[in-house]
Design a protein around this ligand. Structure first.
Ligand code: URA
Ligand code: SF4
Length: 225
């Protein structure tokens, strides 16, 4: 199956999913959209009113601002993949709860595995929690972390900037760093692949020699700044 086929299959499953109570308030599931071959994925919180009506992520006011933010990084929706940690709208736009997040994780996990992006941007506190449990978004927004073999960049949620105008410049500055972070992430992944290949070769040539794990973790630390 091609990545397109797998993403379509995930979307079809989410559209009829009853794994959590959010299916009761769903009109349309919002699995996510974008380029299956992109190097960057954006993960929001969950569908709101307009998303639930249209079946597409970030089509309301926060979505308009997200388009503007993508522009700061010289990108548009066609270049990226946009999704949410839960695919169905929580009633009244409340935060999704742990049960719902856990139930829906299978879809996001499979989307990430299929797209295999170099960089993941989490939008807001809830989606940051998918990767970083005790992080403080005010302290770590716009920073890069090397987690599960890719770069993760927590950012404020675009809706936060709509409610708090002082955050607008902050979130714009964070987005403008993305092209540089993508190049950095690509290079690191290539280097890590090379190191892994060398390590396997070393293992074949000289069994018992030190493997490359420490070198790999060194690279990981360098990115955690
Ligand atoms: N907010 C989100 O987190 N996701 C959407 O899709 C829309 C608004
Ligand atoms: Fe299924 Fe996720 Fe929708 Fe819950 S939110 S019903 S787990 S698709």
């Amino acid at each position: 199956m091609t990545p397109e086929d797998i993403l379509k299959e995930i979307a079809a499953q989410a559209s009829v999913c009853k794994r959590c109570a959010l299916h009761h308030s769903r009109k349309l599931a919002v699995p996510g959209v974008g380029d299956p071959y992109t190097s960057i994925m954006f993960i929001g919180e969950g569908p709101g009113f307009h998303e639930n009506e249209q079946g597409l992520p970030f089509v309301g006011a926060a979505g308009k601002f997200l388009d503007e933010l993508l522009g700061e990084a010289s990108m548009n929706r066609g270049d990226v993949f946009i999704t949410n940690v839960v695919k169905c709208r929580p009633p009244g736009n409340r935060d999704p709860n742990t049960e719902e997040l856990t139930a829906c994780k299978t879809y996001l996990d499979r989307q990430i595995a299929t797209i295999n992006p170099d960089v993941i941007v989490t939008l807001g506190r809830i989606s940051m929690g998918y990767y970083i449990q005790n992080g403080k978004i005010s302290a770590i927004h716009g920073k890069s972390f090397w987690l599960s073999g890719r770069m993760v960049v927590p950012m404020y949620h675009p809706a936060a900037a709509l409610h708090q105008p002082s955050l607008r410049a902050v979130i714009k500055a964070d987005f403008s760093k993305l092209p540089g972070l993508i190049s950095q992430a690509k290079k690191t992944r290539q280097t890590n692949l090379g190191l892994a290949a060398m390590t396997h070769k070393d293992e074949d040539d000289a069994p018992g020699e030190e493997n490359g794990t420490e070198q790999l973790s060194l690279f990981e630390e360098q990115l955690d700044k």
